[in-house]
Design a protein around this ligand. Structure first.
Ligand code: ATP
Length: 296
């Protein structure tokens, strides 16, 4: 549905994006992660057809987003990182303006979105908080039910409740077959919604990973407190498990998938307590990122 091929743009200061390639399938939610200045917005502006690639192409369906910008816009919803609202508009007049641009006829879905995000559309935009403006932007990106939705930092400024509303909305629309590309600093929102995620650093795509694959790389740390210190000794010598640390009767064991072996090894002993800590997916990703990051 979305194909980015060898996309390159060098700004006069030498920064930019370099040889970025990836594809997003129909109905897929694709996450775009990276620190400030990594090149997320620049890639997104090319996808939207706002910037001419120095090299490479972006296609949505079979349309080139730069040369067929006018046609492509019909299929797209877009939430920019910073929304430029027109002076003097209320939320409603902005949404009406956008609806007209999109040739949108039905307003029922728009009304429902406004209801879900709970904001007063009659408020002048200049009086709105950052979060309220963000809600207006989200409604504008979703209201015409486009086939592809591009979101640049969609939940920045939203409170946790509204982040949840947003995540549910993405999952619902994904189930209807909508394709998403979403840049984010929030790993949690990427984890909850995305099928795959890419990491970009210094303008280069470092890796594209399946979220399930990342989840399978996730380790659990079991903290086992043995009744007797001798048992802790014996466990450490004979279990064959990866031991992270030992403190008195307490042993921390790192387990990645081999739960049955862990249970079998511990079941031989009298256990006083068992605690479990899960490595966050962000840690898994960032470990990977740091390793790769030092190579590039
Ligand atoms: N028009 C421009 N002229 C010169 N340099 C630019 C321009 N736009 C972006 N850059 C530079 O290109 C790099 C990538 O910027 P970009 O905005 O794409 O990053 P980002 O990943 O979206 O960051 P953030 O998370 O801060 O939004 C940065 O170093 C930025 O300073």
């Amino acid at each position: 549905m979305l194909t980015v091929q060898q996309l390159t743009k060098t700004f006069p200061n030498g920064k930019g994006i370099f040889d970025v390639s990836f594809t997003v399938q129909k109905g897929e939610v694709f996450g775009f992660l990276g620190p400030n200045g990594a090149g997320k917005s620049t890639t997104i502006r090319h996808i939207m057809g706002f910037m001419k690639p120095e090299q490479g192409t972006v296609q949505i369906g079979c349309l080139d987003t730069w040369t067929e910008q006018g046609k492509v816009q019909r299929y797209l919803g877009y939430l920019p990182g910073e929304i430029a609202f027109i002076e003097g508009m209320t939320g409603l007049s902005f949404l009406n303006f956008m609806a007209e641009l999109q040739g949108m006829k039905q307003t029922a879905w728009r009304e429902e979105l406004i209801e879900r995000f709970q904001f007063d559309v009659k408020t002048p935009i200049r009086k709105m908080s950052k979060g309220m403006k963000q809600k207006v932007g989200i409604v504008a990106a979703f209201m015409h039910r486009p086939e592809v939705i591009i979101l640049d930092e969609p939940t920045s400024g939203l409170d946790p409740l509204m982040q949840k509303v947003f995540i549910n909305l993405v999952l619902e629309e994904k189930a209807r077959g909508t394709t998403f590309l979403m840049s984010s600093h929030s790993f949690q929102e990427i984890e909850r919604t995305c099928d795959r995620a890419a990491i970009i650093k210094d303008g280069r795509l470092i890796t594209v990973k399946d979220i399930h694959e990342l989840q399978s790389m996730q380790r659990k740390l079991f903290e086992v407190t043995f009744e007797r210190a001798e048992d802790a000794d014996l466990f450490m010598k004979t279990s064959g498990m990866l031991i992270e640390s030992r403190e008195g009767n307490r042993v921390r064991v790192a387990v990645q998938g081999e739960y049955a072996a862990f249970l079998a090894a511990t079941s031989r002993y009298a256990i006083r307590n068992l605690d479990v800590f899960t490595q966050s997916l962000e840690d898994v990703f960032m470990n990977y990122y740091d390793r790769k990051g030092t190579i590039t």
